[in-house]
Design a protein around this ligand. Structure first.
Ligand code: 0X9
Ligand code: ZN
Ligand code: CA
Length: 982
């Protein structure tokens, strides 16, 4: 409570609503704003408003306007000085920082001088230490006015670090040099303190949104409520800690275990014993993996030798090699040099415990402890075990949202760390769990309630734990698989080569050698961990899934086992994953070598077989992605798999990846009709992939017919099974002027505006640096080069056709997984004066496949397309088609009123006229009953178009009424156009 007297401001006049009250004084205190009027009119002499009723305060011309939550307003005129002071004073009062709790205040009083027996002093010392950071932050905040500085004073990570330091101190002061005891105590204490950790995370999230707009008083109040909750949680946690700590700092340890409600109580106790043994020093040091650079050996040669290829940079290849691999390199005479990690220094085994990363077994902060405490702190979270690893660790999956799997909720499965060393993947998944569990906004809340979401933070627990104890770069699981050349037992199967789809398809995508780091295992799904994941898929088929890996800055999707193949559901993968021009995941880590993640089929990195996304998509139709998190580079430093153990960077990594994860979860409701606000792409229903020399298209599973001048024989592509769409293929037909595709939903007309493919007749196409070579898709030649361009003739896009597809057959030798070198597709609408990048390719594509770039907003324009190789990528191009297309939706005839789409996502909607042969009228009303469209209908009408742009119809629900001679038909229409449509 404030002891200060309320500040008074003389104002020239005040207005409540529309009534002018005349001059008076304004008094502001912690709880209210009071207008004391000089002349009472029909009002009381003073009018009082509660501070918590205020929604906004802002200067407006000569006055200060206070807007209340019920939308009523008070305006107060005054001198500029009065206005400024008044604004500031009211805002200060609105941005109240909650008072300390009773225990915190009591502690302050005790510190101020209570002298008791020595026992009390010890306790007071602990208490001071525990509460000091919160007290200090509260004190600092009381002295400042700047809202951002106030938020900063309670910076979540700082408080969390202070809390950890305090707990360490408590454990240290009790356990002295007894390391096992110290670890035990740390475990118990930090478990008890987990609610406070969670409260601090929530506080930080609330602070982020309050800082995003400091004038948003509602966001501020949410933050303030979080802060109050944090104070209260701190109080409660202290009561528990106080009981556990006892009073004797160095005497025999008495740990008062909090009652365990979790299902892992027993497991934790066993691990706890294991941790003691480990701490007593019986660790054997195994030879470790190293990252090596091999120069001048073709990448595929390295791969068929089972080497774990990570990146290619020109003729250099980075591999992670185990001792057997190094032996192999020596025996072949292939020179290799070690690549030092310069970013987040490779942590030596036995070095200080990681700060942010969590091992699997650590009884205090490990994955199990984390999951266990999370389930107890949050009722939206339930822990599940989907199986047991080879060494007997539970494969913990966290179910967020309703506890059961309901058929009414689509399943989403999110996994991380098939590969033991990829710690940042696990961190990202843990942060996602927390974010979903806390559901900070309405969207997440609704996703969590309407999906069945599971997160498996560590798919390979044994390997993961091994990277904390023995070999930081271990990749595979930990099952003994056979002897190496020297007869010693070697361990591990690459779980991402062990799945049962196309298992062992070839020897470059996986290895049959037990010593290889891409060893596929003896049989499909031979490993317990793979089996558990496959069984989970059979029991709960996911509509969509993610398997997080590091590193690369990629969003890979199936297929990955053969170069050049594309999934029939590519439109769905594209809408979610985006393109380099409209990406789904930014890479905002400092000086990363990418600015966003590159979405591509797996083979664009390199081919793999027995891999997860291929399995999930082919077996269960799962829209499955493998994000390869970030580029492994920071400001020239290279950390590769060893992403820094750094809270700020790990949080940034998570934040970069969050929108994509949420989109994926959202899309599971209805993948075919998904539209991503992140990429701006909607799933396209009919897509022409190639117009020449064959027609290739993707269309819905329902009946589709294709014609050029006459109906065209088409067959279904069976090389990659699809779930929602299928690919139709024609025989070679050459260049045709027009292709028409009819589906149940409508008819799409494709008109060829230009076609060129390095043939002698393609004289309208210009090139520089790119020349015809005799390795074409069709005809005599294709264009090929490492610099320069291929340029189309100028073509005029028909008025009324808004969309162009630029279709081309291509292959290139970029670097697998690298953003450079690359090729660009550019557009000019001013006859070559300026060019805009509209599409691009990069990575690996050693065989021809059909690529596509879509351009909109070109109706009636003169356009020209250029393919440019700006940074030395060898690029092949053939049979480039510039195609204009337009879809006429089919209408359902009959006596019911029906739109061609509901919800409406385009600029216009068509209705059938349900009273054939009779005249009448059609009207549309918005939800408030206002008439927004009306038109007379002639008796000859068949369809009616409502142009939503004409009166800029906003999104919402509309009632459409057709009327003829006293007969009525109504239809409830939803308009959900995204901002990208306008
Ligand atoms: O090789 C893998 O399993 C993944 N890369 S990692 O560096 N994390 O090991 C990528 C698998 C993606 N699929 C294909 N490239 N086909
Ligand atoms: Zn991986
Ligand atoms: Ca050709």
């Amino acid at each position: 409570m404030s002891e200060r007297s309320p500040s008074g401001f003389e104002v020239m006049a005040a207005v409540v609503g529309r009534v002018d009250l005349g001059p008076g004084t304004v008094l502001v205190d912690e709880e209210s704003v009071t207008l004391v009027l000089a002349e009472a009119r029909s009002f009381d002499k003073s009018i009082r408003f509660r501070i918590d009723g205020i929604a906004a305060v802002r200067p407006a011309g000569e006055s200060v306007v206070v807007v209340f939550r019920d939308a009523s307003t008070v305006a107060m005129h005054g001198s500029p000085a009065v206005r400024e002071a008044l604004c500031g004073r009211i805002l200060d009062a609105c941005r109240k920082v909650p008072e300390l709790t009773r225990a915190l205040r009591a502690m302050g009083a005790r510190r101020a001088g209570l002298r008791g027996d020595s026992r009390r002093e010890v306790k007071a010392g602990d208490e001071v230490r525990f509460f000091a950071p919160l007290l200090a932050a509260r004190k600092v905040s009381a002295a400042i006015h700047d809202p951002r500085e106030i938020l900063d004073a309670f910076d979540g990570p700082d408080l969390a670090a202070a809390l950890d330091a305090t707990l360490d101190h408590f454990a240290g002061s009790r356990a002295g040099d007894n390391a096992p005891l110290r670890r035990a105590l740390e475990a118990e204490l930090s478990e008890a303190a987990e609610p406070l950790h969670l409260a601090l995370v929530e506080l930080r999230l609330a602070a982020e949104s309050a800082a995003a707009d400091v004038d948003d008083l509602a966001a501020w109040r949410r933050w303030s409520a979080r802060l109050r909750a944090t104070f209260e949680t701190a109080d409660r946690v202290w009561v528990t800690l106080d009981a556990m700590l006892g009073t004797t700092p160095a005497g025999p340890l008495v740990v008062h275990r909090p009652k365990r409600g979790g299902r892992f109580g027993r497991g934790l106790a066993i691990l706890f014993a294991a941790a003691l043994i480990e701490a007593l020093g019986t660790r054997t040091l195994a030879a470790q993996h190293r990252m090596l650079r091999v120069v001048g050996v073709p990448v595929d040669t390295l791969r068929v030798n089972g080497l774990d290829v990570v990146e290619t940079r020109g003729n250099e290849v980075l591999i992670v090699a185990n001792p057997d691999d190094e032996q192999l390199l020596r025996s072949r005479g292939w020179a290799a040099t070690e690549v030092p990690f310069t970013g987040g220094a490779l942590r030596a085994v036995g070095a200080a415990a990681p700060v942010v990363y969590r091992s699997y077994d650590d009884p205090a902060r490990g994955i199990r402890a984390f999951v266990d405490s999370l389930t107890r702190a949050n009722s939206r979270v339930r822990a599940d075990t989907i199986g047991v690893s080879f060494e007997g660790r539970p494969m913990l999956a966290v179910k967020i949202g309703p506890p059961d799997d309901s058929p009414s909720r689509p399943n989403v499965f999110i996994m991380a760390t098939y590969h033991a060393r990829e710690w940042a993947a696990t961190e990202t998944s843990l942060r996602l769990i927390r974010h979903l569990a806390l559901a900070p906004d309405a969207r997440v809340d609704s996703l969590v309630r309407n999906r069945d979401i599971w997160v498996l933070p560590v798919a390979n627990p044994d390997g993961y734990q091994f990277t904390f104890t023995t070999d930081r770069l271990w990749r595979k699981n930990r099952r003994p698989v056979g002897p190496n050349a020297a007869g010693a037992t070697v361990f591990g199967v690459d779980l991402n080569r062990n799945h049962s789809y196309r298992w062992g398809f070839d020897n470059t995508g996986s290895s049959g050698s037990v010593t290889s780091d891409i060893y596929r295992g003896p049989t499909p799904a031979s490993e317990l961990e793979t089996k558990a994941i496959e069984r989970f898929h059979a029991d709960h088929p996911p509509v969509a899934s993610i398997s997080y890996h590091t590193y690369g800055g990629l969003l890979l999707f199936p297929p990955g086992h053969v170069y050049g193949r594309l999934p029939p559901d590519l439109s769905i993968f594209r809408a979610l994953g985006g393109t380099d021009e409209r990406p789904a995941v930014p890479d905002r880590l400092p000086a990363s070598s990418r600015t966003s993640y590159h979405a591509a089929p797996g083979w664009n990195l390199y081919t793999t077989n027995g891999e997860y996304t291929d399995f999930a998509y082919a077996t269960h139709g799962t829209i499955a992605f493998t994000p390869e998190l970030t580029s492994g580079v920071e400001a020239g430093a290279f950390y590769g798999f060893v992403f820094p153990d750094d809270e700020i960077r790990l949080e940034a990594l998570f934040r970069d990846n969050l929108p994509f994860a949420l989109d994926l979860i959202e899309s599971a409701r209805d993948p075919v009709h998904f539209r991503s606000q992140t990429t701006g792409f909607a799933v396209e229903p009919v897509v022409l992939e190639s117009a020449s020399p064959t027609v290739r298209l993707r269309a819905p599973l329902a009946s589709t017919t294709v014609s050029t001048l006459s109906p065209l024989a088409m067959r279904v592509d069976t090389t990659v099974p699809g779930k929602y769409f299928r690919r139709l293929l024609s025989d070679t037909i050459g260049r045709v002027p027009r292709i028409t595709v009819s589906t149940a939903a409508g008819k799409t007309d494709f008109t060829m505006l230009a076609v060129g493919g390095a043939e002698a007749t393609d004289t309208a196409w210009r090139t520089s640096g790119m020349a015809p070579v005799r390795t074409p898709v069709v005809g005599e030649n294709a264009w090929q080069g490492q610099a320069g361009f291929v340029r189309s003739p100028v073509v005029t896009v028909p008025a009324g056709v808004d969309t162009l597809s630029i279709l081309y057959w291509t292959r290139f030798d970029g670097a697998g997984g690298a953003p450079a070198p690359h090729g660009e597709v550019r557009l000019s609408t001013n006859r070559g004066a300026t060019w805009t990048r509209v599409g691009s390719v990069s990575g690996e594509a050693p065989v021809y496949y059909p690529e596509r770039t879509v351009v909109t907003n070109v109706a009636g324009k003169d356009v020209q397309i250029e393919f440019s190789s700006p940074d030395g990528m060898r690029w092949w191009l053939d049979e480039i088609s510039i195609v204009a297309h337009r879809t006429t939706p089919a209408l359902v005839a009959g006596s019911e009123l029906r739109p061609n789409a509901n919800p409406v996502r385009g600029d216009a909607v068509l209705f059938n006229w349900p009273f054939a042969g009779a005249s009448g009228e059609i009207r549309a009303y918005d939800f408030a009953g206002r008439l927004v469209w009306r038109t007379d209908v002639a008796s000859s009408a068949i369809t009616l178009q409502w142009d939503l742009r004409a009166r800029s119809i906003p999104n919402g629900v509309y009632l459409v009424v057709a009327q003829s001679q006293g007969d009525r038909r109504t239809f409830k229409l939803f308009v959900t156009r995204s901002r990208f449509d306008r």
